[in-house]
Design a protein. Sequence first.
Length: 367
Amino acid sequence: MTANKLVALIIITALAGVASGEEIRVSAGELENLGIRFVSPVRVDEVAATEATARVVIPPAGEAVVGTPQSGLLTGLHVAVGDDVASGQVLAGLSSPEFLSLQGEFLDALNTHRLARNELERDRQLHEEGIISARRLQETSTRARIAETSLDEHRQLLRIAGITGSDLEALESGQQLKESLEIRAPFAGVIVERMATTGQRLDAMSPIYRLADLSELWLEINVQQEQVAGIRTGMTVTGPANAFTGRITTIGRAIDPHTQSITVRAVLFEGAQSLSPGQFVAVQLIAAGDAGDGFWAVPAAAVTRSSDGYYLFVQVPGGVEVRRVEVVSVSAERAWLGTRLDPGDRVAISGISALKAMWAASDDSET
């Protein structure tokens, strides 16, 4: 251990448990001889409380796998990765015997329903004329209801299979079977992955594309456990040169056992178009001060660390006061404090080692 490190360790140990507000008596001449200089703190409204790395992710509700509702032969892929697509746009074509069979069964149910409805109308007329009994009319009515229910079920099966409303109307009116099933986009977005190839035979529910709505993106930020205490929901998150901006919505509670980090989630509201899902980006978490208070910036050299917190040496008449402070963030050159100061305060930025030694000595003399 070097001599400087040993002295620092002795001073930190000696300062353990000292009280904030203690004054060190020292004359102006001694301050000058020791090379102790003072500066005033600067009030700021916000500060970069934490720097971290984030991963760009798609919200669960903004992503979907577009697949085949029926088995069949993939006859065509009409869009590529990176293409913007509209809601309802045709993405692929599928030749499906099952789809043809569903249409045929629907037409059979449609014809059965029409016959049952015609029979019911006829029997109502015959019952009014007293030609048939009420029992027979009831039996005819029951058959008509069963036929209508069956038709509705087959219509629903075709909708689940992906038939459009216009194609279903054409099938009902012209009874023309549609040979190919069109796979359509469930919402507007961007194709981010292709998962099948033209000419491939696919089972039902096989994936073809992965579609994402990139109008809203999230940031998943890995923050070290000791930094989480200074993070709050609603804090602003910015990228380099303010390329994008977001706001923290969720602070995780589970700690990653490998990295000892916690995941913080932010929703982007500006600049999302410049980012891609899966991308890693550098971010700053910006803390905003309370109305009227804000934060106070001082040179990093002004902050003294003790075993029980951080302190400043503030000039007072006849010496300096040892004042405990809350450090919100610190860089190589500057520290931002959450403790309220006064613009007229003067904090020591040089000769700190001498002040530490005097502080430790005054504490020893009292004990």
